[in-house]
Every structure is written in structure tokens, then in C-alpha cells.
Design a protein around this ligand. Sequence first.
Ligand code: TYC
Length: 103
Amino acid sequence: HSDDDTESGVLTKTRPKTKRPPRYKVLLLNDDYTPMEFVVMVLERFFGMTHAQAFEIMLTVHKKGVAVVGVFSHEVAETKVGQVMDFARRHQHPLQCTMEKEE
Ligand code: TYC
């Protein structure tokens, strides 16, 4: 037992290990060709945003180059990225969506 000092005489401390699973930011990237209305539709369809929320985030990406559109578990983030990339490809738009570990 790591809190025991019976063997070595050295006291050690253990923290109760309840590590939360890592979260992943899903990022949307700007480009010069994807129509604004298409990006708004993507945000409504795959991220459950209202039209107003979606329009606001789309404009942020358009102006700043990138924005976080949501934070999810690894599995959900991967699914969202896949859905967006597949939808964009099927519509022949160069829209890029990626994920990165939080912190
Ligand atoms: N910049 C694009 C345009 O002017 C719009 C756009 C916004 C594209 C957000 C991608 O993630 C994006 N049509």
C-alpha cells in the first residue's frame, strides 16, 4: 500500500485518482470558397445550433480564420469531424473541420 510506511519508513501521499476523460475541441477553418449559407447549415445540422447562433459562429470563422464550434469526448468529436468533412466533400466545398485535445 502506497500510504504505508511500514516497510521503508517513508511516508508517501496518493491522491484519489478519479481522472476525467480528455475533451476535444472541434474547430472550423475559414476558406475563400465555401458559401456562408453552407457553413451556417453545417452548424445547424451537426452542432444543433439555432440559425442565429450558427450565423454568429460562421462570421467569427470568416473574420478570425478559425473558431471552436464545440467540445466533446474523443469519440463524439471524431464523429462530428467526419460528418462535416463528408458533407463538405459531397457538396464539393473545401470546408475544413479538425479536432484538438483541450489544454
Ligand atoms: N469565407 C467564406 C466566404 O467568404 C465563408 C466561410 C465561413 C467559409 C466559415 C468557411 O468555416 C468557414 N464565402
